[in-house]
Design a protein around this ligand. Structure first.
Ligand code: BES
Ligand code: ZN
Length: 457
């Protein structure tokens, strides 16, 4: 039967598709916070049941962390492995949400209807685009268009600690002809995008301890070492005045962007002022002499994600604190080795530590960058299928975010991964009031119907 009939079914069933997504969004599966362990488990159960309702052989697989969900369906043609993650980011600051993060709803806005709630875009709404495409295909044709496997993770937002051992232990089961990942965005509002470069991530938390208890800053200020000052100085030393990162060896292995890719990116007409204008800024703050797209897609970075210590409550307290904590992440590009950089960063901190201070480190993920080769025929087929659905032709782009599995499909399973997603820059992922446009969800489902059809031929 024709693709048009499946697309028609998608359109007619959209209200039910949204209702199913809202059900999943009600489960607060925050992976980084142990208080939500049971909820992560419940989200995995929900997905297993939903995939079983599609006739897939689906099961929940325990790991030392949160469970994985793996499902398979027989079929002909290309064997695709689809990946998404059911875990979400914490919701704080809660008071900035206009509606409760886990009471999702379809909401009208000036720019059209949106699905509001934590995880609506990252990544439950996106993973459901694929599930709903399969559901529509099955409803119309009685079968799925290809041999399909599905792999959902529940720890992506906390650095995927169980992922590599799980992939290594289940190599045969997880290997397919090509991997599909739906966890990225469109380019602008209406250009479908296939991501071919993704940055890696090294997350480091450091706690500097000075005195063995909090002190009165009048009695001790001037003579005692203040760990917040020590931490601030170290943080300030991470960049020079041109925006370069000062950790020794940081740029080892980093190469300039190949000329053909630089040209493709220039042709995209990215507007720094417009991109920054949407978040209340105007001036690029990356390394001197780099384009905006280089800053977010192809250059490595170091950002401070959190800093704590001393009195954070209302009012004022003259405390000289015992401890100060910083949370720092590095976005990595091809050529950089996350574990080597972890050692250099820790040494960089240790070398600056004054007497009477000690430091403790906790690692939060270390995943290398990935670079996809677009030689696999699936890339051109998907590009054409996406171009049929959207007003603009599909583009090959980079992505500044990190999705640890992307590189592991290649290095552990020797598979190419194709990253296609429908998020928008203003989805507020990881922030209060996260949303997913109804049009992203709807056209996302329709896009997968077309891509699956193209891959099955
Ligand atoms: N979906 C994002 C990756 C992403 C970010 C894609 C921005 C497109 C634009 C993903 O879920 C994510 O946030 N990953 C974390 C991974 C980290 C915790 C290991 C990230 O990039 O910070
Ligand atoms: Zn995500």
């Amino acid at each position: 039967m024709s693709v048009d009939q499946v697309l028609k079914h998608v359109d007619e069933d959209l209200t039910n598709s949204v209702a199913r997504l809202l059900d999943l969004l009600r489960i607060p599966s925050i992976s980084t916070d142990p208080a939500y362990k049971d909820d992560c488990d419940r989200a995995a159960d929900w997905l297993v049941e939903d995939l079983q309702s599609l006739g897939m052989d689906a099961s929940k697989r325990d790991t030392p962390g949160h469970p994985m969900v793996v499902a398979h369906a027989e079929g002909g043609g290309t064997h695709v492995m689809f990946y998404g993650h059911y875990d979400v980011q914490p919701v704080d600051p809660l008071k900035l949400w206009n509606s409760p993060p886990f009471e999702p709803a379809l909401e009208e806005t000036d720019k059209g209807p949106v699905i509001r709630g934590r995880g609506s875009s990252d990544d439950k709404g996106q993973l459901m685009t694929f599930v709903e495409a399969c559901r529509a295909w099955k409803a119309v044709n009685g079968t799925l268009p290809a041999k399909i496997s599905i792999f959902f993770e529940g720890e992506e937002e906390s650095g995927s600690p169980s992922l590599v051992p799980f992939m290594e232990a289940n190599k045969d089961e997880l290997t397919a002809d090509v991997a599909l990942i739906c966890d990225t965005g469109l380019f602008g509002d209406s250009t479908p995008a296939i991501v071919t470069r993704l940055r890696g991530l090294l997350g480091e938390e450091l706690t500097i301890t000075g005195p063995d208890k909090d002190l009165h800053s009048g009695m001790y200020g001037g003579i005692a070492r203040n760990p917040i000052r020590v931490l601030s100085k170290i943080i300030a030393s991470l960049h020079d005045n041109t925006g370069r990162i000062m950790v020794p060896g940081f740029y080892d292995g980093v190469e300039e962007l190949p000329a053909d890719i630089a040209q493709q990116w220039n042709d995209l007409g990215f507007d720094n002022a417009q991109f920054l204008g949407e978040v209340g800024l105007g001036v690029p703050a990356g390394e001197d002499g780099r384009t905006g797209l280089e800053m977010i897609w192809s250059r490595p970075t170091c950002e401070v994600n959190g800093i704590g210590g001393g009195y954070q409550g209302k009012g004022f307290k003259t405390v000289l604190p015992a401890k100060a904590t910083g949370k720092i992440s590095f976005r990595l590009v091809p050529g950089q080795d996350p574990l080597k950089l972890r050692d250099s960063f820790r040494k960089f901190v240790q070398d600056q530590l004054p007497e009477d201070c000690s430091v403790e480190f906790t690692g939060h993920g270390a995943s290398p960058a990935s670079e996809m080769s677009t030689d696999h025929p699936a890339f051109e087929k998907a590009r054409a299928a996406l171009t049929d659905e959207w007003p603009n032709p599909a583009a090959f782009v980079g992505c500044g975010g990190s999705i640890p599995i992307a590189g592991h499909f290649k290095d552990i399973l020797d598979m190419d991964a194709m990253l296609i997603g429908f998020g928008k820059d203003d989805d507020q992922i990881h922030s209060p009031n996260e949303k997913y446009d109804l049009s992203s969800f709807h056209k996302g489902i329709r896009s997968w119907v077309r891509v699956l059809d193209a891959l099955s031929k």
